[in-house]
Design a protein around this ligand. Structure first.
Ligand code: ZN
Length: 506
């Protein structure tokens, strides 16, 4: 048998995936349906299953099988499923071995305590109370980087966990370009405040109608409900139990219909990625999105590039009006399009518009590097935060709750995660530009609100590959270029220049 070892390995890996997917179902159920009293029991069930999955993956038996399969498949072509799978599994396997059980236990203790402290301190606006926990989280991340290893910069080791193959120096160069181009645009828009009136969005929108509209919107983008489900939560997310069952969630605020709508489009973008992975990869270690940045590119692409475009709404605004007849009576599609694209520098990342959002990320990216390189003390972080907010967005938080304490990420020692949000925006713009260039029908179809040809391009160039290729390589294959800020900069200058009647900004 030519593939005997590989097949045996694959079977074993699929069994591990089964355990992980069972775990994901427990998690989904906890987030969407569970009675409060069940949480303790569920937390235990989840940690039992994660331990089982971890033990199955790290044992000697799997290591031996992996070595035998590698030996057997030496001649498999680089981009074959076999070679890609083995590359990925080998990296994960070797990485696991780096971290001792003692370290893993300590990490979960530190982040567990920091998470609880963060939630309490954010509520009380108490940075001093959170400070020792954050110091421990920074030290933990520094230790992680040393264990993981790096050649150029310490931060590379942390970034690699979320965006494999991406270097800090490249991200910095690209983000600097985004910053240089965006800051003048934001300033010019600030001088035209009042050009866009979005008061139409702040009305009473019945939740039942929102629910129906969210369903319609997800379907209109190409999300397959025969392999999906829309649930309701406080913090929207999507989850995959395999390509034939990928679920999305949204949150309903009665006074702000577009938040549920765009959250749904966002999660549908994530979910369509998972629904589009090749059948042959389903249930295997590469049967999932390749990186946080590429995943985010798919959600942002559908939420912003498509969902906040005039073409989409020219085709679908009538449907929206049907759901909200009194609220949208006499509102034109152009008025609505302008309202959903209003730019407003603000303090909170998750509420930021498409243009100012990246400044929130660049701020965090710069501060993170300074913390990890010990160029900035945790004690000086709130002041550094305020200074950068002023520089980048021209606003300053009065409290740490609305500043440095607003996000959960650092309490989880998840340094290196934030940049993937902006990488997602940049990848989305680059994919859109390449798709339009490679298939002329995409432009005209989108102008009619039809995403079919665009989705087909994404399926073919991005989705079906799962995580066979790292993000930089996938980008090169799909667009013929490495990631650059240019397509995004071009996109926002065109879009917001037109919306705000600006000429020759920057
Ligand atoms: Zn997302």
């Amino acid at each position: 048998m030519l593939n005997a070892h590989y097949e045996t390995l694959l079977e074993k890996l699929k069994t591990i995936t089964d355990v992980e997917k069972a775990l994901a179902v427990l998690d989904w159920d906890r987030e969407t349906n569970m009675p409060e009293q069940g949480i303790a029991g569920r937390t235990r069930q989840i940690s039992t299953l994660s331990e089982i999955a971890h033990r199955m993956f790290t044992g000697n038996e799997l290591g031996d099988l992996l070595a035998a399969a590698e030996n057997e498949q030496q001649d498999a072509p680089y981009d074959s499923d076999e070679a890609s799978m083995l590359r990925n599994v080998r990296r994960d396997y070797d990485e696991q071995a780096l971290f001792t059980p003692e370290f893993v236990r300590r990490r979960s203790e530190i982040t567990g305590a920091a998470g609880a402290a963060w939630a309490a301190c954010r509520q009380k606006n108490d940075f001093a109370g959170f400070r020792p926990h954050l110091e421990a989280a920074v030290a933990l991340a520094q230790e992680t980087a040393e264990i993981y290893g790096y050649t150029d910069e310490k931060y590379d080791a942390l970034l690699d966990k979320y965006e494999r193959g991406m270097k800090t120096a490249d991200v910095r160069r690209i983000f600097d370009e985004v910053k240089t181009q965006t800051v003048p645009l934001i300033q010019a828009i600030a001088e035209h405040q009042g050009a866009i009136d979005d008061s139409v969005l702040a009305q009473d929108f019945p939740v039942a109608a929102q629910r129906a509209m969210c369903h319609y919107a997800a379907q209109s983008l190409g999300y397959d409900f025969s392999r999906g489900h829309l649930g309701e939560v406080h913090h929207p997310f999507s989850t995959s139990f395999g390509r034939n069952d990928v679920r999305i969630t949204t949150r309903f605020a009665p006074e702000y219909a577009v938040s549920s709508l765009f959250a749904t489009m966002h999660e549908a973008g994530h979910a369509m990625y998972e629904q589009g992975i090749a059948e042959a990869l389903d249930g295997t270690p590469v049967g999932k999105g390749t990186s946080s940045g590429i995943h985010e590119s798919q959600s942002r692409l559908f939420e912003n590039q498509v969902g906040r475009s005039l073409g989409y709404w020219q085709a679908h605004f009538e449907e929206l009006q049907r759901h909200f007849p009194s609220q949208l009576q006499g509102v034109s599609v152009e008025q609505f399009y302008r309202a959903i694209n209003k730019v407003q520098p603000s303090l909170i990342r998750v509420e930021a518009d498409e243009l100012t959002y990246n400044m929130h990320i660049i701020l965090r990216f710069e501060l993170e590097q300074a913390l990890i390189n010990s160029d900035l003390k945790v004690a000086d972080l709130p002041a550094a935060w305020r200074e950068k907010m002023q520089q980048l967005l021209g606003v300053m938080p009065e409290t740490d709750s609305k500043g440095v304490l607003q996000d959960i990420h650092w309490s989880m020692a998840a340094f290196g995660y934030f940049p993937t949000y902006t990488l997602g925006n940049l990848y989305a713009a680059q994919f859109m530009a390449a798709a339009r260039q490679q298939d002329a029908r995409i432009e005209s179809d989108l102008a009619r609100g039809d995403t079919g040809t665009l989705l087909a391009w994404l399926r073919d160039n991005i989705h079906r590959h799962g995580s066979k290729f790292d993000a930089p390589e996938l980008c090169q294959r799909a667009t013929g270029e490495t990631l650059s800020a240019e397509p995004f900069v071009h996109y926002v200058r065109q879009k917001f220049g037109a919306l705000y009647g600006l000429h020759n900004v920057g």
